[in-house]
Design a protein around this ligand. Sequence first.
Ligand code: FDA
Length: 307
Amino acid sequence: MLGPVILAASRSDKMRRFVSAAPGTKQVVARFIAGESVNDVVPIVQDLAARGLEVTLDVVGEDITTVEQSYAARDAYLELIGRLKELGLGTRAEMSVKLSMFGQSLDNGHELALANVRPVVAAAAEIGTTVTLDAEDHTTLDSMFAIHEELRKDFPQTGCVIQAYLFRTEDDARRLAAAGSRVRIVKGAYKEPAEVAIQDKAEIDKAYVRIMKILMDGEGYPMIGSHDPRLISIAQELARRAGRKLDEYEFQMLYGIRSEEQNRLAAEGHRMRVYTAYGTDWYGYFMRRLAEKPANLLFFVRSMLTK
Ligand code: FDA
């Protein structure tokens, strides 16, 4: 019941101001956000790499409102890629981006987001890594998939995300499960209406399994984005049945969630990538993490009360 309320609050400026100023917020945010700057995140990437984990880095931010902010987003990623190059971490870390941070919802936003993300994808390719386009709410997805297709003409390794809760996703998965494509499947983290998305959790899980099967049986590279132990073991079984080797798919989880399980899968020889978010505009990302698990909200409220 609480999830939809928190997701609605994640889009409220009033709540943003309240949560940002609340005592105890910083401590809870730090569980999910790896730091504020590139300098904060570099030692974390080095530590994850030393533990045999791969990384995807996300500079937090979304729904920006000015063209200048969209340029700043592009520049933040270019700065990050520059640092990864200096440190020789290019092959361990890829990037995840949200196109709404690159200007997608502004006037002429589709073209602006494409123009901003292209140099980021090109810089990533230069250091031997790649970029995955995150999936945001359903109204943004036609534009995201069109940008993904356009980028793949020059940078075929560019990945994208599909969300199991959307009715459209099985068709998207069939279209994307082609040779050379990289597709992350997740359950879906936004508040979506019943006209476009499954509302029942068990039904979302069933859709997730059907979509994983399409990806595993296809010719692309599936990236299983989930912390759900049941789905992880089904993924392993589907990969085995599809005759995939351990380096022909990967698991992905979020920084700060089920770290032991991340270590366990890596120790078993799986490619395990940790989605590591950093930056100052953490509000939307943080609220989605609270919505996913009510216990997080309880922890947050407790930490406010004890400050
Ligand atoms: P589920 O929510 O059922 O959780 C399974 C178990 O994992 C829980 O019981 C709990 O133990 C643990 N867990 C899950 N979330 C937790 C949390 N916040 N705090 C503490 N424990 C938690 N979504 C989207 O719409 N677009 C996107 O681009 C992405 N990108 C993305 C990348 C990666 C690498 C991951 C792992 C996830 C995303 N997501 C996403 C988020 C995704 O849609 C979904 O909301 C979360 O992964 C939670 O779903 P699970 O599959 O983990 O299952």
